[in-house]
Design a protein around this ligand. Structure first.
Ligand code: COA
Length: 402
């Protein structure tokens, strides 16, 4: 591998739904103390998709936002579109192929989907970094999107959410250079799964928390063996966040295992990366990178030259510990105000409307159905016609609209 070539994230955008449910309302409906969800789980809101939103439409919004920051010449350098999800809409056709029909990308690229629970986004990112190390003139668009959905009235319900992240991977990146050193750990663990006949995930919650922490330790050890930086050289930590309390547990676990390396770290080292996730809920493949964006947008100090340690976990299970260094151009390359506005402009739902959107009207089994335009975003699922999904773009690209 050519480690001399600097590669990493040159652009990053996120999208989520325009509606949310507060965890207070969920606690009221479940007749439990809201403090369990707000502090015990560490979530304040969950993003709720409308019936005409799915992983493709939510992903398209984030991907198009990245393309909107690029010149046509830059778009032409994209050799590959990688779509990561564990809540895909088709067993055969990739979400990336759907995106090819929706966003302003050229057709001369390979487009495919990757899956390994919440780890898929990192699989895509690392694959993309290696592709760009091998061909530095090319770029790769990585899109990660999920709708986290559990059975109603189960312990997982309070950790639902929905969102996407899109990242453009290039040489000499403006936002963060991803180090070549990494540590991975994979094992067959039955902590979280979704058989084909199920519309919601099945989870062994306690096992998943233990597996997360054990896989993190093994991944970090592998990262060190492969030449990675010890924790005391990583100023910030971004953990996969199924719910923010899990990232707190990860931080405490590392502090207990490596007290000397963690001695100088305060909670701020990981908690700034939780601000967006707390408001959105679990986004599976996108969650770690929405955490990165939360840190970049909300850290008051200049992060230039500072190093971030990342832990990505996907149940089942695969973990990866890696690191990256923030570039001096990062503040110009991210859209902090727009990101904050995306969250501030959302609408709070009643519990009854949440139940309709999340459980009663979310029926994709029908061969023919039209969806009312409920979502206010630029891309939506308009219909299923003869078992074919039909998406709609509200704002046509300038060239087509003219
Ligand atoms: N006030 C404050 N905190 C409270 C509380 C209250 N009134 N009541 C409970 N809590 C705390 C508990 O002490 C616990 O904290 P701890 O984990 O630090 O000990 C936390 O809230 C959760 O309570 P618990 O009883 O363990 O929750 P649960 O059995 O309802 O399930 C999960 C929690 C995470 C297992 C469940 O939401 C789940 O399965 N989520 C999906 C799986 C997942 O995301 N796994 C993560 C790894 S990928």
């Amino acid at each position: 591998m050519n480690k001399a070539i600097k590669v990493g994230i040159n652009r990053i955008e996120f999208s989520t739904t325009e509606n949310y449910l507060t965890l207070e309302k969920l606690a009221e409906a479940h007749q439990i103390d809201p403090a369990k969800y707000l502090y015990g789980i560490g979530q304040s809101k969950m993003a709720v998709p409308t019936p005409d939103e799915d992983t493709i439409s939510i992903a398209a919004n984030a991907a198009q936002d990245v393309l909107n920051t690029m010149t046509p010449e830059e778009v032409n350098t994209i050799s590959t579109l990688i779509f990561a999800t564990e809540t895909g809409v088709d067993q055969s056709k990739s979400g990336a192929a759907y995106l090819m029909g929706l966003i302003d990308i050229h057709p001369n690229c390979r487009a495919f989907e990757v899956k390994q629970a919440c780890y898929g986004g990192t699989a895509g990112l690392q694959m993309a970094c290696d592709m760009v190390r091998a061909r530095p003139d090319e770029s790769v668009l990585v899109v990660a999107c999920d709708i986290a959905r559990y059975q109603q009235n189960t312990p997982g319900e309070c950790t639902q959410g929905a969102g996407a992240v899109a990242m453009l991977i290039t040489a000499d990146p403006d936002i963060i250079e991803i180090d070549a050193e990494r540590g991975c750990y994979s094992a067959d663990i039955m902590d979280f799964w979704r058989p084909n006949q199920f519309k919601h995930a099945l989870v062994d919650g306690e096992l998943s928390k233990d597996a997360y922490l054990n896989v993190m330790t093994s991944s970090y050890q592998g990262y060190l063996v492969n030449g990675g930086k010890p924790l005391d050289q990583l100023e910030w930590l971004c953990f996969h966040q199924p719910f923010t309390k899990m990232a707190k547990k990860a931080f405490e676990h590392l502090s207990a295992q490596y007290p000397e390396q963690m001695a100088d770290k305060t909670d701020a080292a990981y908690s700034i990366s939780q601000q967006y996730g707390r408001e959105i809920g679990n986004t599976y493949t996108a969650s770690l990178y929405i955490g990165l964006l939360s840190l970049l947008d909300n850290a008051e100090q200049d992060l230039t030259g500072q190093t971030i340690g990342f832990f990505s976990y996907g149940s089942g299970a695969v973990g990866e510990f890696f690191s990256g260094t923030v570039n001096k151009n990062y503040r110009h390359a991210i859209n902090t105000l727009a990101n904050q506005q995306k969250l501030a402009a959302r609408t709070a739902l009643s519990y009854d409307t949440y139940c309709q959107y999340m459980y009663q009207l979310r029926d994709y089994d029908q061969a023919n159905i039209r969806y009312n335009p409920t979502s206010g975003s630029n891309f939506r699922l308009a219909a299923i016609h003869d078992n074919k999904r039909v998406y709609e773009r509200v704002l046509e690209p300038m060239s087509k609209a003219a």
